[in-house]
Design a protein around this ligand. Sequence first.
Ligand code: ADP
Length: 594
Amino acid sequence: MFRSLHMKLMLIMTLLIVALMTVVGAFLINSVVNYYIQDFYTQMSEAFGDPDFWADLQTPADGEEDGAASIERILRTYNSALGVNDRSRKYFVLDGADGHFLTGSDPQEPGSEVPLTRNLSMALNGIQGDASDPSAAFMDVAVPVQRGEGRYIVYIRDDRSTVQALNNELITLILEALLFGLIISVLLSFLLSKTLITPIERLTEGAERVADGNFSKKIEVGSRDEIGVLTGTFNDMALQLKTTLEEVENERNKLGTLFLHMTDGVVAFSRDGAVIQSNPAAEQLLGRAVPIGGSEDYDTLFADIAPLQGVLAVEQPGYLDGIRETGGKILELLLTPFNQERLGGVLVVIHDVTAQRKTEDMRREFVANVSHELRTPLTNIRSYAETLTGNAGELPLEMEQKFLGVILNESDRMTHIVQDLLTLSRFDSGRSELKLAPFPFGDAVQDVYNAILMEAQRHGHTVELQRAEAIPEILGDRERVLQVMMNVVSNAIKYTPDGGRIRISAGKRGPWVWMEVEDNGIGIPQEDRGRIFERFYRVDKARSRESGGTGLGLSIAKEIVDRHEGALELVDRPGPGLTVRLALKVEGPRHGRS
Ligand code: ADP
C-alpha cells in the first residue's frame, strides 16, 4: 500500500504535521504552565513585599480578640493583589504552631488539617515558604505572621485548575489545528505528487518502451528541474543506445552474411558439446544436417579428430587439426576453443582442400613425369654415346651411324618435350597471347587435310574430308588452331592400325564452327576418357612413345581451345575408334578481343 510514491509522500507529510503539532503543543503547554507558575510567585512576592499589607498583617487592632479573623479580613481586602478567586486560588489562615486551619476563603472545619507541603513545613519552622515545585499539582506560598501575641501562617494555595482548563483548551486548539493541517497536507501531497509523479510516470513509460526496443518516441521534457534533467539525459541515453544497437546489428548482419556465404564450414559447440551455430557450408561439406540444438553433437561429429576436453584445454591462439576424407572430398579440420574465461566452447572450421590436394598431387605427378620423360632419352643418349666412345674406330660404320641416328632422335625427342613444356608453361603463366585475326575455318581444315594426306597414305589409311558449304571466317589464332587440328588428326593416324579409315568433317552450327575427326582405330577405354587431356597422360605409354608422342599434345590443344573459349571433347559413341570434336565461336573469344 505504501509502495507508491504518492502514499509515501502523504505519509511523510502526515508524520511531519503530527510531529510538528506535537512539538509545538508540548512547548506551548509547557510555556503556559511555566508562565502561570512564574506569574503566581511574582504576584505573591509583590503582594507580600508590599509594606502596607505586611504592616496590616502584623499590627493587631486595639482589643483584638480573634487575630485569624482580622487577618482573614485583611486578606479579603487584598484579594485582587493576591489573585484569590473562588475557583483555583484560595487563602488560608493557619495556626502558626501546628498549621491547623483557622479560617480562609475555602471554608472548612476550624482545627482541621491542611495537607502538609514543603512550603507549609518551612512556614511552621518560621521561614517563609515560597519555593516553586513544577512537579507538584499545585502552587503555594506559606508566610509565618507574628500578629501581637498570636502566631499565624498565611497560606495561599492554587490548585492549577485554571491552567489545567487553559491547557485543555490549548489541546483542543492544537487538535483542531492538527486536523486542519492534515487536510492541508493531504491536499498538498496530492498536488505535489501530481507535479512530481507525472513526469516520473512518463519517464517510466519511456523506459519501458526502450526496454521493448521501441526507440521511435522521445520523452517530453516538461520542466527544468532535476526530473527534467533526468528526462533529457534519458533521451540522450536512448539515442546513444539506439545508435549503438544499430551499429551492433549492422556488424551482426555483416558477420551473419559472411558466416552464411563463406566457403569454409564453421560449427560452434558449447562447452558440453551441443551445436550452437553452424553455416550451410559446414552442412554441405560434412554431407549432413547440423541443426542448432539437434541430435548431432561434438562427439558424433568430431570425436575421431580430438576429444572435446582436449580442444577445450588448448591454449589460445593454438589449435588442433586433422584431415577427414568423406564423400570424395578431403577436408581439413581446425579445432580451437573460444572465450575460455567465460562459458565459451569449441569452434570447428572445415576447409575443403580437395582441389588443393589434387593440384599438389598433379604437380608432384607432373614433376615425376617430366623427370621420367627426360631421363629415358637421356639414358639412351648416354648409353649410345658411351658405346661409341668406348669402341671408337672399332664399330662398323653402319652401326656407328645407326647409334648416332638414335642419339639424334632422342635429342630431338627431348627438344620436342622441352618445347611442349615451354608452351604449356607460357600458357600457365599467361605469357602466351593469342594473335587473333579473322581466317577461313573451312580452309584451315582443308590445309590440315592436305598436310597429313601423305602421312596417312603411308599407313594405308583412307582419309575422307566432308566440308559443309559456306563455313564462315572466324576470329582466332590461325597457327594455334591449326596446331590443335594437326594434333587431333595426327593422333587419329597414330592410334589407328595401318589401313584404317579416318573421316574429317567440318561445318557450322549457330554461332559455332566445328570439326570432327573420326577414326576406327584402337579408341580409348571408358575409364581413361576423363583423363585424356591431362599432361603426360597416355593410355598406352609404350605405343605413344614409339610413335614419338609426349603425352602433352592434347593438353596443349585443350589449353589453346580454352583460350579461344571453344570446346575440345571426345564424342560419346560406341567403338571401334574415336571421334574428337573441336568447336570454336565464329566471333572468337570474348576476353581476347580488343
Ligand atoms: P601423345 O603425344 O602421346 O599422342 P596426346 O596428348 O596427343 O599425346 O594424346 C594423349 C593420349 O591419348 C595418347 O597417348 C593416346 O593414348 C590417346 N589418344 C589420343 N588420340 C587418340 C585416338 N585417336 N585414338 C586412340 N587413342 C588416342
